[in-house]
Design a protein around this ligand. Structure first.
Ligand SMILES: [Zn+2]
Length: 84
């Protein structure tokens, strides 16, 4: 599935005070795709202040008006050393 966070680009563009910076996408590890067999932390609301949280395979929210402010977060490894 196309990564919602970077729209399949594998990276994100930020504009800040006229300067553009590029950051690699951590949600898909710059691959541009989310994996449907992995679980991601996701968030959206209904536009009326009612937030929803979901942990599971990436949802297909493109063009779905029920998902406002949809966000998908990078998978956090629990086994990445002493940093936790
Ligand atoms: Zn991505």
């Amino acid at each position: 599935m196309i990564c919602y966070n970077c729209k399949g680009n594998g990276f994100l563009r930020f504009k800040w005070e006229g300067e553009e910076s590029i950051e690699q996408c951590k949600v898909c590890n710059s691959s541009g795709e989310t994996k449907e067999n992995l679980h991601y932390q996701q968030y959206w609301d209904d536009g009326a202040g009612s937030p929803s949280f979901y942990y599971g395979p990436p949802l297909d929210v493109e063009g779905d008006k029920g998902f406002k402010n949809y966000k998908i977060y990078p998978i956090k490894s629990r086994y990445n050393g002493s940093q936790g």
